[in-house]
Design a protein around this ligand. Sequence first.
Ligand code: SAM
Ligand code: SF4
Length: 448
Amino acid sequence: MTFAPSMDDLMTGKDTPDPLKYAFEQKRGAHAGGPGRPPLAPEQAQQRLSSLLSAGVTSDKRRALYVHIPFCRVRCTFCSFFQYASSRKLVDQYFGFLLQEIERKGRTQYAQSAPFHAVYIGGGTPTDLSALQLTQLGQALRANFPLTSDCELTLEGRINKFDDAKFNGALEGGFNRFSFGVQSFNTQVRKAAKRLDDRESVMARLTELSQSGLAPIVIDLLFGLPHQSTSIWQQDLEDMLATNVSGVDLYQLIDLKGTPMLEQCEKGSAPPPADTATKSQMYRYGNDFMERHHFQRLSCCHWSQDNRERSLYNSMVKAGAEILPLGAGAGGNLGGFALMQPRDLERYQVSIEQQRWPIMVLLPKSETHLKSQLVGACDKGVISRRLLGGDLYEHARPLFAQWQQRGLAKVSDTAVAFTLAGRFWQVNLCNGLLSYLDTNPLSMEKSA
Ligand SMILES: C[S@@+](CC[C@H](N)C(=O)[O-])C[C@H]1O[C@@H](n2cnc3c(N)ncnc32)[C@H](O)[C@@H]1O
Ligand code: SF4
């Protein structure tokens, strides 16, 4: 009997003359991967995390630290990451607790047993910390955790009020990569989204920071924002180029549930964001632009202009590396568990005061190492035979052939390389492949 795998449009994409626009309806959420196991009860979670942290690392996976700073001065209308409006008092108080957590976690056997390859300070807006706090934070992390000699230490944030004192303070702390959310340079688009500063100030400051040559400066741009016409998007890319940043992320606007922007659109007080077909064309333009200017594509949505930008942390996260979380609202992944720390500041602070680990959820991970690696591979736009292993690669060939036929990938004996359309729909392709492997386990083919 020959093996006839079961497949549907959610795995293969639709058969359409324009796969970039229409292969799928919209970006599909993460593949659930079968029923997950329930989170540990609070006391059990404390004990399990204590035992994970008192053991040395068992895997040779690369690992990173993630530190969360949950404050922003003003909430941008499109953003679902916003947690707390910053006030000096709130930030200072939080910072004290964060340093305590850094010291406590740094003393564990888990922390000391192997070096970390990357550190990422994300938010919120970490650049809202004071210059002195930026120095202290970097120094505390370097003093308490072993880091590799080429460790990437990223500070995320925005240009607003990021003056020389803060830049120098962060450099003194050891930060060696700066990632600024710009979203759009256009002043009208920025104002409507409640971004601070106008186009000229953002461009001037980014140019200054890049020209200093002191560290790679990378930025995030969004496409699909209200008021952001195609010509504004084209100008955004030209503006990015003019600032001479080392790298850029091009993100399509998604996940608007619960954001002020969605509310404004529903009330009719703001124009709607772009639909998926329009965003696909903006993505095409972005890709062509990067190619024309000889940027190097590091993933489906990230490009580097020079060899200073490695984007190490982002690719490690996508590929399921161990991440030790620090701070309220930080998420991580260690010893086969997903760990989410409390988002609520008071809950976080009480845990630190009581010398307990700040845990909101500790969950045994249901996904396999292979799944994490596939997510990382799809994020890069290439699934190699070496990664899947010969048997599984051949087993998935019927699906790959459908992708090729639908213009989403080019398949060879060594790898599946996503086309432009495949890269735009990479999350759907990844989920399609995972569903295919669930629905058609390798054992089925062997018994056929
Ligand atoms: C957590 S934010 C922090 C950035 C920084 N606070 C800032 O103001 O730019 C990181 C990135 O998430 C992206 N982001 C936020 N909301 C998004 C959305 N609705 N869709 C896609 N990307 C989004 C933005 O590009 C942003 O730069
Ligand atoms: S984009 Fe940045 S500054 Fe704006 S709300 Fe989100 S995290 Fe805060």
